[in-house]
Design a protein around this ligand. Structure first.
Ligand code: GLU
Length: 441
């Protein structure tokens, strides 16, 4: 039975980078008919905010990434304490008292000497008396997990065979001086208790994975399968980390990006398969294969989401967008023809209101001086009464006969006079929707 989880820390809004992780885990679970858990990593009471928990759920809901189970680390502190006791009993856990400044100094010295900046385990040689004295002076120490200094190996679902020398990694701090359990420990306890079989996360977690594999082994747990996807960069390969704040899912939603466009892109970007616009989740699940992803950084251009959104909308029937069409102010009896016209001409649903404004109010006519007389003559020939699908043909035929103009010289001035634009919807489709044609005078 496949079980995956998406484990955001509720310290901010989720962005495209998080989405990639969420989506991959979701698709793996769904493809296997398994379970997808939403795990809220909220062991940090200062930075975790309820507001962000709600926002994460809303964003996942918007995308249709529905979870089967929600877990919160803040409700599982007893379990982490048990695991910590076990590690302490086994002699795999030790208290260390260095201040951040001291650690920094040690790192600098090591780097100066050309050595890797790995914690030197000085705390291991403290006597009980020295520890008491340090505790009295500095408060409780942090608890570090004592790594076995051997190679840690696993076959990564994306990166292939990985081998990391534990001697090149600092003994990870699992509990802070104030007693706060850190993610590294909480996550291994959760992954085991919750039967997680597959963990997909960003390649910034590779070293964590190495330490977590050892912690799990120490606790007698089997580790899940791991896969680490590459990190997203901007279109030019530049680091995205600073810009991720502006790529929050709620901002994209605000800009009119459609969930299916976003999901279709993210399910393929960075894989050896081309991006294909999918029309629903079932297709996306069907076409997903995590092993197709590569280790190279993945270029992401937010602009790619707009043509995909446009194409997605173009294929939708009115039923799917009736609420949006109504919200743009379109009366119900005009909704169907309006949508048929609009869907060919919008990038996002945010553009609907502009098209409806054109239909309702007409546009400031765009008339070149040399066309003034021609347009005035043509307007006098515009059929009276309600316009329909045949009106454009009938009108231009009449104008052609009266003026002798044809082709572009006939159509373009009329289009510009009616719509105020050189390009736009099929005139035959648009005309019946125009409540006002300002060039009529
Ligand atoms: N809360 C962690 C993060 O957001 C979870 C990482 C993981 O998937 O294990 O980075």
């Amino acid at each position: 039975m496949t079980t995956t989880r998406f484990a955001p820390s509720p310290t901010g809004y989720i962005h495209v980078g998080n989405l990639r992780t969420a989506l991959m885990n979701y698709l793996i679970a769904r493809k296997a008919g398994g379970t997808f858990i939403l795990r809220i990593d909220d062991t940090d009471p200062e930075r975790s905010k309820e507001e962000y928990v709600d926002a994460i759920k809303q964003d996942l809901d918007w995308l249709g990434l529905h979870w089967d189970q929600v877990e919160r680390q803040s409700e599982r502190l007893d379990r982490y304490a048990e695991a910590a006791d076990k590690l302490r009993d086994m002699g795999r856990f030790y208290e260390a008292f260095e201040t951040p400044t001291e650690l920094d100094l040690k790192r600098k010295k090591q780097l100066n000497m050309g050595k890797p900046p790995v914690y030197d385990r000085a705390a291991l040689s403290l006597s009980e008396g020295e520890k008491d004295a340090l505790r009295a002076e500095r408060g409780n120490g942090v608890w570090r997990f004592k790594l076995d200094q051997e190679r840690i190996e696993w076959t990564d679902g994306i990166l292939g065979d990985i081998s990391i020398d534990a001697a090149s990694v600092s003994d990870p701090v699992l509990i802070r001086g104030d007693g706060q359990v850190l993610y590294t420990l909480a996550s291994v306890v959760d992954d085991t208790d919750m039967g997680v079989t597959d963990v997909v996360r960003g390649s910034d977690h590779v070293t964590n994975t190495a330490t977590q594999i050892q912690i799990m082994a120490a606790l007698g747990f089997e580790h899940p399968r791991f896969a680490h996807h590459s990190l997203l960069t901007g279109p030019q390969g530049e680091a995205l980390s600073k810009r991720l704040g502006t790529l929050a899912l709620r901002d994209l939603r605000e800009q009119g990006v459609q969930p299916m466009a976003l999901l279709s892109l993210m399910a393929r970007l960075g894989s050896s398969d081309p991006v294909e616009l999918r029309s629903d989740m079932a297709e996306l699940i069907e076409g997903f294969d995590v092993t197709r992803f590569g280790a190279a950084p993945t270029k992401f251009d937010v602009q790619d989401l707009f043509p995909l959104t446009g194409r997605y909308l173009q294929a939708l029937p009115l039923e799917a967008v009736a609420a949006d069409v109504a919200a743009a102010g379109v009366p119900e009896d005009m909704a169907a023809p309006f949508w048929l016209m609009a869907r060919e001409n919008i990038t996002t649903l945010n553009d609907l209101a502009g098209w409806w404004a054109l239909c309702r109010d007409g546009a400031e006519p765009l008339i070149a001086d040399e066309d003034r007389a021609f347009v005035a003559e043509a307007m006098a020939l515009l059929p009276e009464g309600p316009l329909d699908g045949g009106s454009w043909g009938a009108w231009t035929q009449a104008v052609k006969e009266a003026t002798g103009r044809k082709g572009k010289g006939l159509f373009m001035p009329l289009r510009k006079a009616v719509t105020g634009m050189e390009r736009g919807p099929e005139m035959a489709t648009l005309l019946p929707l125009m409540q006002v044609i300002r060039a009529r005078g």
